[in-house]
Design a binder for this molecule. Sequence first.
Ligand code: XMP
Length: 319
Amino acid sequence: SWTMASFVRNSVEEIRSTVGDRRVVLGLSGGVDSSVAAMLLHQAIGNQLTSVFVDNGLLRQDEAEKVLALFKRHFHMNIRFARARAQFLAALKGVEDPERKRKIIGRVFIEVFDSEARKIKNVDFLAQGTLYPDVIESRSAFGGPSAVIKSHHNVGGLPRRMKLKLVEPLKHLFKDEVRLLGKELGLSDDMIWRQPFPGPGLGIRIIGEVTAKRLALLRKADAILLEEIKAADYYRRLWQSFVVLLPLKSVGIMGDQRTYENIAAIRAVTSDDAMTADWARLPHELLGSIANRIINEVRGINRVVYDISSKPPSTIEWE
Ligand code: XMP
């Protein structure tokens, strides 16, 4: 649209005059906000932008590969890919408490990001895909829940420790405007309409301790769920849809063998802003095919349940 085209022109000019010939580092998660911010900065300053993608091992199936394929190979961005799976898993070993998991994931993220950012010469700026609602919430006295939520993801200590100046080219925009901007900058609808994914990722979608084995189970089940939700054309109608792994054993039967395996919970909600949410009235046939596929295709899960709780009083995530 005309408005977005002129927004792009003005932003590009502003970014260029702010940054000059220095370098900018950005944490690319593959979510809508950081992706659109990366596209805008790349248009403005090309290879002066280095994006850091942290593979924390808590991502959805094929996620890291998809982000690299799009931004590095397709858009030719300068990307540092930090393989940190082992580091995150080691730090999470034996940890069951959800808030401790969040803190650990946040801390390791900062350590990994920080050490990548230090490898970039002449870096003066840290770019973030902060939106207008994030700015408002972090300024209000109480902070909104998402101010707390975003706190770990905002690579908090970095700018001070590394003395980086912040560049926040989306800070006057609302989510719907960011989507329009993303489209204007050449991102696909698939990318622009991605459901939100929490920073701690699959780490808070395994109840209790996070292990490599549990992650592998959850990743498979979650991929099946998404595939079915997309095929049934429900993806965009849902605020979020995902699987939670309950490492509780229940009895099942497979052929003439008894099984004693994990439970997968399906969570699908509609919402406008995540402050309130309603469980999605998914068709029974769709739920049935998701459950059948998960139980048949994921060895280690022998039971699937559907979460019919709304927020409040329940939350969207289980941890
Ligand atoms: P709840 O579970 O509180 O979630 O209803 C509301 C929204 O926030 C997301 N969420 C998080 N996002 N870090 C994030 O970046 C977190 O620790 C976190 N916890 C929850 C959740 O996915 C939902 O969209």
